[in-house]
Design a protein around this ligand. Structure first.
Ligand code: ADP
Ligand code: MG
Length: 733
């Protein structure tokens, strides 16, 4: 609004300047007019002079002509002249008046108009007088003609008259000339008047345009003034509105501040009450703090005292614990010995030789037709019974456990694993796979890469068991692999596998056997085991032309030795796990073999019979056990006798074509298993278990049924026997 006001102010100033300019212009124009009227006056003066001259001329002429018509005319002219002079005077008076008016400082336009009107009037009068003069001239010329005619008539009169005429003629010529001159002057004056009129017209136009401009400017000024007024009004209104707004805002802020003030006051009141309630709490806190400070001051002393007493208590407690520990250790050792004793007793009662049967599935190799028909069936309620269809008759066999074709490697191992772990406790264990070639011996012992057999699983289990006992025991597991072919023992892990090894008695008098030169590998992981197995396989394969045939005609042994040391008691144990994949049990002469093949078969038969005899002798507790009848039994002597444990896994084929061999294998199994417990010669030593032994001894046959399905380790014979001396349970002392 202020800006627009300033603009309007500027505009107003500009307009005032313009008006001033116009006024100046107007003044200039009026000055012009003044100068022109002066000129006009001068002209009137000259005209006056001429008129005077003409009047003189006329009077002269009149005097010359005498009282004639010309004289009368002259009088008329004089009168006319007089009138004109009067008019001239009036004109002069008007002019004077005009000058006076012009000199007066009046710029009123109406006055200007008046002046113009008067000027026009004067002009009109001038015109009239001019017209009259023209008429007069006409009349004069007419008279002149008349007088000329009179002169012509007078010519015919006497000479005197002629002379007079001549003079008149001469005089009239002069008068004519004067007339002409006055006419030309008249003309000139008329022209002048026309010019004046033109100038007057232009001036009028200019005056009109300037009047128009003035009117426009006035209208503009009024318009600007109105705008100015409006802007001013608006400004006032806005200022008022702003004032109102300001007042309103101030009021609002004030009310808000009042509300806030109120809240603050309330808060303050709350804080005050809080403060009042907090003061007692502060007092108690201060009190507590002071008492705590005192306590802290006294704390080191108290602590030292407490520590002293605690130390004393702790050392006393340690002493007590030490004593208790010693007592416990003593009791533990006693318990351990008792447990061994009981364990051995249990084994003696249950028998330490177990016989399992495993039937492999029918395979593509069995061919088709009746030859490949399944002849082995099982008892759904009894997992120890197996039925064989032989020559149309069903023959039943009872073993400790029978695995059907669908039994997995894992299931088989579950039944064996307790036997395996017992060698960690220092027992010797033998696991044999017996049966005709192709019945699944190697599958059960070695298995396949994807589905490993007892060998690898046993080692893995031993590793994990040993790891579990690592807190108290140090264990070392080592592996040997050997082969018995044609009664010759060879080291499968040695540098010279073809070399025959001898079995010798330990010179230390312990009665233990050992094989000088037999390689023993320390194993710590599954990778180590795999390496050992691979090495053994490679050695075995390089020594024969046909591995399959060779392996079926030789016994393969994997001997795992577990040596343990109980760090707390110093107790040492050694357990041996012998895993034997026996040669095929098929009977000699069946294929009409001769030469080396016959010799091989005889050796196999001999060693298998020797094994049967040894087991029989052991189970029937004969005084003499024929270990020396074969390399195999001789080598395994310490693992078969005493409180050692033996498992015979009899493998059979279910195919009809193998029926007779299956029958032989099952008969062998039954014969080994059905061996009754020996005489009650050791009864006196079994003071703790008389009734059970009595029970078993009184009722033959129950031993088999009672041990059926037994999966826990079957301990060995009496601890008091000579064989038990070879037990690996030794103290470090
Ligand atoms: P052996 O060692 O008694 O001569 P093998 O172990 O070599 O017999 O077994 C002969 C064939 O039968 C092999 O191909 C083996 O994989 C297969 N076999 C044996 N037992 C089983 C079983 N329980 N499940 C599956 N296949 C078996
Ligand atoms: Mg085999």
């Amino acid at each position: 609004v202020v800006a627009s006001m300033a603009h309007l102010q500027e505009e107003k100033l500009r307009l005032q300047e313009e008006v001033l300019g116009l006024q100046e212009k107007l003044t200039a124009q009026e000055n012009d007019e003044l100068s022109r009227s002066l000129q006009l006056q001068a002209q009137v003066e000259t005209l006056k002079a001429k008129l005077l001259e003409q009047a003189q001329e006329i009077s002269r002429l009149r005097s010359e002509l005498g009282g004639t018509d010309a004289e009368k005319h002259r009088d008329l002219l004089a009168a006319e002249n007089e009138r004109l002079r009067q008019e001239m005077k009036a004109c002069e008076g008007e002019l004077r008046e005009l000058r006076r008016q012009q000199q007066a400082p009046c710029w009123d336009c109406a006055h200007l108009q008046q002046k113009t009107n008067r000027l026009a009037e004067v002009e009109l009068r001038l015109k009239d007088s001019l017209a009259e003069r023209a008429e007069e001239e006409e009349r004069l010329s007419r008279r002149l003609r008349d007088s000329q005619e009179t002169i012509a008539s007078l010519k015919s009169q006497p000479q005197q008259i002629k002379c007079i005429i001549k003079t008149v003629e001469v005089e009239s010529a002069k008068a004519k000339q004067a007339l002409c001159e006055s006419q030309s002057r008249n003309q000139y004056l008329q022209e002048q008047v026309g010019m004046q009129r033109q100038v007057l017209k232009e001036m009028e136009q200019q005056l009109q345009s300037s009047q128009k401009t003035v009117a426009q400017l006035r209208a503009q000024i009024t318009m600007y003034e109105a705008e100015l007024e409006q802007a001013h009004g608006q400004m006032l209104e806005e200022m008022q509105a702003m004032e109102e707004e300001k007042n309103h805002a101030i009021e609002e802020a004030f009310s808000r501040a009042q509300v806030e003030m109120k809240a603050v006051h309330e808060n303050l009141a709350g804080v005050r009450t809080n403060l009042l309630t907090l003061q007692p709490a502060l007092r108690t806190l201060t009190h507590d703090y002071n008492s705590l400070k005192r306590q802290v001051r006294d704390f080191p002393l108290l602590l030292q005292e407490t520590l002293r007493s605690a130390r004393a208590e702790i050392s006393q407690a340690i002493e007590e614990v030490h004593n208790t520990n010693r007592e416990l250790l003593r009791k533990y050792r006693r318990e351990l010995q008792l447990r061994k004793k009981c364990h051995n007793e249990l084994v003696r009662l249950k028998g330490n030789i177990r016989v399992f049967g495993r039937v492999r599935p029918i395979m593509k190799e069995d061919g088709e037709g009746p030859e490949a028909a399944n002849v082995v069936t099982f008892d759904a309620d009894d997992d120890a019974v197996l039925h064989l269809l032989h020559k149309g008759k069903q023959v039943s066999f009872e073993l400790d456990k029978v695995f059907p074709p669908q039994a997995s490697q894992e299931e088989v191992f579950q039944e064996v694993q307790a036997l395996v772990t017992s060698c960690i406790d220092g027992y010797n264990v033998c696991i044999f796979a017996y049966g005709q070639t192709g019945a699944g011996k190697t599958y059960t012992m070695e298995g396949t890469a994807a589905n490993p057999g007892i060998n690898q699983r046993a080692l893995q289990l031993l590793f994990s068991e040993v790891r579990g006992k690592a807190a108290d025991w140090d264990y070392a597991i080592s592996v040997s692999a050997a082969e018995i072919y044609n009664e010759a023992l060879r080291d499968l892990l040695g540098k010279e596998p073809q070399e025959k090894l001898e079995i010798k008695l330990c010179p230390d008098g312990s009665g233990q056997l050992y094989v000088p030169g037999l390689t023993e590998f320390r194993v710590q992981s599954v990778e180590d085991i795999n390496k050992v197995f691979e090495f053994g396989h490679v050695n075995r394969a390089t020594e024969c032309t046909n591995l399959n045939e060779h392996s079926s005609r030789s016994h393969a042994l994997l001997i795992i030795t577990v040596r343990g040391l109980d760090r707390s008691t110093g107790l040492r144990t050694t357990g041996k796990l012998n895993l034997v994949d026996l040669a095929g049990s098929e009977r000699v002469g069946r294929s009409g073999a001769e030469g080396s093949r016959l010799r091989e078969a005889q050796h196999i038969n001999k060693s298998l019979s020797a094994l049967g005899d040894v087991i029989y002798a052991l189970r029937s507790r004969q005084g003499h056990v024929p270990f020396r009848n074969s390399k195999l039994t001789y080598l395994l002597q310490d693992s078969l006798s005493g409180d050692s444990k033996t498992l015979m896994m009899v493998q059979v084929s279910p195919a009809e074509k193998n029926t007779s061999e299956t029958l032989c294998s099952l008969k062998f199994a039954e014969r080994v298993r059905s061996v009754e417990l020996g005489p009650v010669s050791r009864k006196a030593e079994l003071t703790s278990w008389p009734s059970q032994e009595q029970l078993e001894g009184d009722s033959p046959g129950t031993a088999a049924s009672s041990s059926r399905g037994h999966t826990s380790p079957s301990p060995g014979q009496l601890s008091g026997r000579a064989a038990s001396i070879r037990r690996k349970l030794q103290t470090s002392g």
